[in-house]
Design a binder for this molecule. Sequence first.
Ligand code: FES
Length: 77
Amino acid sequence: MWQTRPFKIEAKAGQTLAFCRCNRSKNGPYCDGSHAGSGISPYVVKFDQDKAISACGCQQSKNRPYCDGSHSKIIPA
Ligand code: FES
């Protein structure tokens, strides 16, 4: 787990972000290349417009790289 809440990200139009899928990144929620050799590739998202997103921080979301609220189920409020 990177943190107990989502990462709030202000993506910009034209920006491409690579989000970690392997859970090994030391720079979550972003890919830092730690997946090398695992056969796993990051979620690569290109934003067509400025967009505020909540990226999964707990690594449990079923809708990664986005938060689906799963952190609230595994971490008591
Ligand atoms: S470091 Fe996890 S997908 Fe790249």
